[in-house]
Design a protein around this ligand. Structure first.
Ligand code: HEM
Length: 161
């Protein structure tokens, strides 16, 4: 779940940044469609992930880690969870309020929202800022993991499995 979600999220981030800077073309709108489908997939995976997390026993905290590092890692993980929810949800609401269709790999999702361009604009800004924020938290999260592997010499990858 960890590697699948990180792969999909990084892919959706890269496509999101790329597609918005493309000139108007069929390929651009195809990428928008793919971005939305994989973005909705992140939301579905997040629901499954939260379900599994609350129905499993969590491993004990790493030994030899300072309380400051433990707190920092908890803050970063909480921010990642929050952003994994806010980003796809704001994308969905931005498209819905903007009056644009949303389909999930060819299945058109029901229009649950009526058009409201000003609300669409609010979620548009939220989507962009939250996407940049998650890039920062992904970098912090990866830096923390690399520190444990290369400086503290703790095999966290084996621990994850
Ligand atoms: C984890 C999931 C997602 C991530 C990481 C993500 C990330 C991004 C990023 C980085 C951008 C470019 C922002 C900018 O440069 O201002 C973007 C744009 C966009 N996203 Fe997402 N997105 C996700 C999910 C979704 C979903 C679920 C939808 C809709 C159903 C969606 C619809 C859009 C649209 C329409 C744009 C283009 C906005 C424009 O034309 O300015 N996204 N997204």
């Amino acid at each position: 779940m960890h590697w699948l979600m990180s792969l999909v999220i990084i892919g959706v981030l890269a496509v999101g940044l790329y597609m918005t800077n493309m000139p108007d073309s069929d390929q651009k709108w195809q990428l928008y469609g793919l971005h939305k489908s994989f973005g909705v997939l992140v939301l579905l995976l997040l629901i499954a992930r939260v379900f599994f997390r609350f129905n499993s026993t969590l491993p004990l905290a790493l030994k030899g880690i300072s309380p400051v590092e433990l707190t920092l890692s908890k803050i970063v993980i909480a921010a990642l969870y929050l952003l994994m929810l806010i980003i796809p949800l704001s994308g969905y609401l931005m498209s819905g309020f903007g009056g644009y269709p949303i389909s999930f790999f060819g299945i058109t999702l029901p229009e649950l929202i009526t058009k409201n361009p000003s609300l669409g604009g609010v979620f548009h800004s939220m989507h962009g800022y939250a996407a940049y924020a998650i890039i920062g938290f992904i970098i912090l999260h990866t830096a923390g993991a690399l520190k444990h592997i290369f400086i503290d010499r703790i095999n966290i990858l084996r621990r994850m499995i």
